[in-house]
Design a protein around this ligand. Sequence first.
Ligand code: GLU
Length: 244
Amino acid sequence: MSVRVRFAPSPTGYLHVGGARTALYNYLFARSRGGTFVLRIEDTDAARSTDESVRAILDSLTWLGLTWDEGPGVDGGNGPYFQSERRGIYQRHAAALEQAGRAYRCYCTPAELDAMREEQARAKLPQGYDGRCRGLDAPTRARLEAEGRPPVLRFALDPAGETVWEDVVRGRVAFRRDVLDDFVLLRADGLPTYNFACVVDDHEMAISHVIRGDDHISNTPRQIVLYEALGWEIPVFGHVSMIL
Ligand code: GLU
């Protein structure tokens, strides 16, 4: 297997030491295996991403000597390397999931979602989207559309069973799928959520090993169910501790 790893910072601030350490591990792993180190800028949060942070991240990585083989300024044929420029790619895969019945439009308003969460808290039920827009009939959907509610696209999760992976750092990790809900793939403005964009890009960029901080461990089962639904090969995961 040809080793391809990536560092995927969100440009919402300076590169901190934990991020630099994650980048270093990816860089060293790529170098030790004759692999490729990809830099991808995860800037789909338009409100918090800034050009200044992008510049600071690129400058800091360069200063540290963690030079990337593919990424901003170095085209390896898998770009663009800024998520904000990949909107069409996410929409294409989202449409495929919707067509296959693995994603559905949800018209719930923020107020309705708040009320749902309050009710769940009161009833001491697990928190999460309850799937009320899954399987809406055509007249109801048409009525909600006519009300001008902008839909989000949610993943249609099969809650039975467990999602398990062999993490190269932490060993076997298992999550019950009923603790994952029908999470959002595309927001109402058409921009992808982190989990969806990350899976699409890691696949499109042929990433073989995902090495990242263990603050992302609860995202991994959501990403694995997406790989499965899309029929894509699942990369090797390694979650490194955030603080030494
Ligand atoms: N943009 C994410 C972050 O900065 C990347 C997570 C990942 O490596 O998948 O935390």
